[in-house]
Design a protein around this ligand. Sequence first.
Ligand code: GLN
Length: 447
Amino acid sequence: LHYDRIASEDREINSFLALSRERAMAQAQKIDEMLAKGAPLPSLAGVPVGIKDVLAMKGAPATAGSLILKGYRPPYDATAVAKLEAAGAVLLGKLNCDEFAMGSSNENSAYGPVLNPKALDRVPGGSSGGSAAAVAANFAVATLGTDTGGSIRQPAAFCGVVGVLPTYGRVSRYGLIAFASSLDRVGPLTKTVRDAATILQVIAGKDVMDATSSTKPVADYVGGLAQPVDGLRVGVPTEYFGDGLDPEIRSAIDGVLAGLKLVGCVVKPVSLPHTKYAIPTYYVIATAEASSNLSRFDGVRFGLRAEEANTLSAMFRKTRDAGFGAEVKRRILLGTYALSAGYYDAYYRKAQQVRTLLTRDFLTAFADVDVLVAPVTPTPAFKLGEKTDDPVQMYLEDIYSVAASLAGICGVSVPCGQTKAGLPIGVQIMSKHFDESTMLRVAQAVE
Ligand code: GLN
């Protein structure tokens, strides 16, 4: 059924880059046999899911939205992917995204943009645009995305679905094509908070293949949803409600806060004073890490290799010239510059220091409140092509999402209404490190 819908409707949306029919059919048959035997079914038995193309699925293409990985098929599964399948999920295929997850509109994919199923002249957000669109278009019940600086939360908000950024270290990054390793996280996009909790329950936990994954026990996210929210302290960060915020988004969030008060939450203003430095800090650290991570794509090991090169360095150069898109090249240049000997102290080291200040802002706030409620994006989904000529405008899309990324805390984007023009609006709920339970509980109260 889902494949039929993809076949008829995804030609326009462009969310799937590859389908994994054989693997899906084998899994479906396995579930059927379990059913026939009356065997107990695992938590995701038969649930159709899609996987962002930056995550490895054994034998399936993994392009990361880039030409440089064309033809590459990883010989192994990412841990999160393997865990979904082990829990009974049916893996439908790989989802379109911005090249190496760099972008906020899915217009940086080498395989064409994804359209927003809720408004076809609009972007779905990025970089997990395919993951958000596939859920919004009912091609999949859940998808995996990745969020380095907003890439799960922002597309979720633009497409009217739920998107969870788990705490850094909560979900293994093994099998994820790295963008910025100290920021990259894997998380679910779904229709409901309960579905997101169910997926997170499966993919969270320590993985010996990822040294940064945490040994902290995984809480009972689904069970925790039944607990009441009354008495919880909800902080509203003043800095997130400045001039740039669209008035319709602002009033939708006011409505959310009023609703939370009604169910017994205590709502109070808080301050995150370093917020204005979040975007420059993020774009120094993310590009620095990207310039290092992407050096492995040289035409030798994976995917594309330029023909007609007489020397090794010419082969590197020509492969990268043909294989990387403009935004990826821009970031490699920026990152290499920020890390270079003469500028390291001025940019990279400074950014790391500000990252600590941003983290402390959150820790101070969480001494006083249980969750923070804020916008996800300054505007609703914008038109295709509207921001492609101005990278700074595109980077400003991330204004409300990158601070949580730098601090390593968890966040979720939950639909909370729509604009007069019918575009979805999302609200962001953030919680302290490893407190996904409280965050999801409040998210469910909002939905
Ligand atoms: N828009 C941000 C960027 O382009 C976020 C990307 C992400 O989270 N993967 O870097």
